[in-house]
Design a protein around this ligand. Structure first.
Ligand SMILES: [Zn+2]
Length: 42
């Protein structure tokens, strides 16, 4: 299963299922990529 990850410093990642349900952006306050899209990681 692919995962979607934040490329910032928070190290956040979600499953494809969560991504499709709307968890498609970094939600970690203080992360440089907060509010930016997560990227697919094979
Ligand atoms: Zn982040």
């Amino acid at each position: 299963m692919p995962r979607y990850v934040c490329t910032g410093t928070c190290g956040g990642s979600v499953s494809e299922e969560e991504f499709k349900k709307g968890k498609n952006k970094c939600a970690t306050k203080g992360c440089p990529r907060h509010g930016k899209p997560l990227v697919k990681e094979e």
